[in-house]
Design a protein around this ligand. Structure first.
Ligand SMILES: Nc1ncnc2c1ncn2[C@@H]1O[C@H](COP(=O)(O)OP(=O)(O)O)[C@@H](O)[C@H]1O
Ligand SMILES: [Mg+2]
Length: 250
């Protein structure tokens, strides 16, 4: 399987503090890669570097086989790199459908060019309908975001990201604060979405990550301790010692 993203020797300091040290791993086409590690391990900093919000002090990135270190965050988005934040980014006064439709229209280029706008608008609307239908949300889409539960809002956050048809989707703690059932539904949507989409998932719930991911990278004090299949990570001595002592029982 070829890599959609290669992170090579990335380091980042904030003053004297080493947030990331020589971080190397790849994300393969179509896989779901879990990124785990204690609070402060550097997970969000790594997302900021991948998406171009922060520049690394050393190391670099290849995306789709090309060096992208010079590309702005906007250019990376336009190449299919989509990221969610720890906090929700929806418009609370708009409906579920309107929120998702804005992303779908942006993806379809509606409003930017005239030619074929009607056809593209139709395709974008169909896509919104399908995303809501497939989501398992017991919602028509006509509800205002502010009337949804927190968990439902997080699922809509995900649907908005998926409406952009990402090649690489970076999810920063999408399941934080969700009940088990909601978290499982969210990950079902991730897993059953377009098999060509590669996903990097940051989450704290070990069961969720080990259940939903093809491979897992473990970050500790800004360094990759281990990257591999759930079986490999579970068995890794450095991971068990540093972070997953609890795994011995699970
Ligand atoms: N802009 C910044 N300036 C200074 N320190 C930062 C900045 N961003 C993150 N850090 C520090 O870097 C470390 C890693 O943070 P972060 O990447 O948010 O970790 P995680 O997402 O794994 O919890 C933390 O100690 C955090 O305080
Ligand atoms: Mg974080």
């Amino acid at each position: 399987m070829s890599a959609v993203l290669e992170v090579s020797g990335v380091s980042k300091r904030f003053g004297a503090f080493r947030a990331l040290t020589d971080v190397t791993f790849d994300v393969r086409e179509g896989e779901t890669l879990g990124l785990i590690g204690p609070n402060g391990a550097g997970k969000t900093t790594l997302f900021n570097i991948i998406t171009g919000f922060l520049r690394p002090d050393a190391g670099g990135l290849h995306y789709g086989g090309e060096a992208i270190d010079h590309l702005s965050p906007e250019r990376r988005v336009s190449r299919g790199m989509v990221r969610t934040f720890q906090k929700s980014m929806v418009f609370p006064e708009l409906t579920v459908r309107e929120n998702i439709a804005m992303a779908a229209r942006q993806r379809a280029g509606v409003g930017l060019r005239w030619g074929g706008a009607q056809r593209r608008l139709g395709a974008a609307e169909a896509r919104v309908h399908q995303l809501i239908g497939d989501s398992g949300l017991r919602r028509s889409g006509g509800e205002r975001m502010s009337d949804l539960s927190y968990g439902e809002q997080r699922i809509v956050d995900l649907l908005i990201s998926l409406a952009l048809e990402p090649r690489l989707l970076l999810l920063d703690e999408p399941t934080a604060g969700l009940a088990q059932e909601e978290a499982e539904r969210l990950l079902q949507i991730v897993r059953h979405h377009d098999a060509r989409t590669s996903v990097v998932l940051i989450a704290h719930d070990i069961d969720i990550v080990f259940g939903a991911c093809d491979r897992i990278a473990v970050l500790n004090l800004g360094q990759v301790l281990c990257c591999g299949t759930p079986e490999v990570v579970r068995a890794d001595a450095s991971v068990r010692a540093a972070y997953l002592g609890a795994l011995a029982d699970s």
